[in-house]
Design a protein. Structure first.
Length: 149
């Protein structure tokens, strides 16, 4: 099964993906990692879509998405998980990534991207900093159960 773990920068997508990976023995693919599949971007995209489509009835793949255009890679049968966080938490996490410095242009980018996935349909919503990570993982695993039958 393919599980799209979707959210803005620094919302907790990787933490959720890593926790889920240990629970369901899944491969994690992040962002544009698929470009390594071929020399040209178009060929890599085609191969990646084929790989994800095959995974619907095969091994688990966790695709970590932080850009809207990457949603197009998800097969229609994929489980979509939205990971969100408060803007103040996102800024603080990004600041930590940048060794304590959050330049104004980066802060403005984070502010303009906040809520970028609003309006999309999701099977699971996980708000890091508020929701329990283990409960989110358990909810995703419950969605996988019918797919395994």
């Amino acid at each position: 099964m393919v599980i799209g773990i979707i959210g803005e920068n620094c919302t907790g997508k990787s933490t959720l993906a890593n926790t889920l990976q240990h629970a369901v023995a899944a491969e994690i693919i992040t962002g544009k990692d698929y470009l390594r599949l071929a020399k040209s971007a178009s060929e890599a995209a085609a191969l990646f879509k084929e790989k994800l489509q095959k995974a619907i009835s095969g091994a688990h793949i966790l695709y970590v998405i932080s850009e809207r255009e990457q949603l197009a890679f998800l097969p229609s049968q994929a489980i979509k998980v939205l990971v969100t966080a408060d803007l103040s938490d996102i800024k603080e996490r990004f600041r930590a990534r940048m060794r304590g410095n959050l330049p104004a242009p980066v802060e403005q980018m984070l502010e303009s991207n906040h809520g970028m996935f609003d309006g999309e349909a999701f099977h699971v919503r996980y708000h890091s900093g508020h929701d329990d990570l283990d409960e989110a993982v358990a909810g995703i695993i419950r969605l996988l159960a019918p797919a395994a039958e």
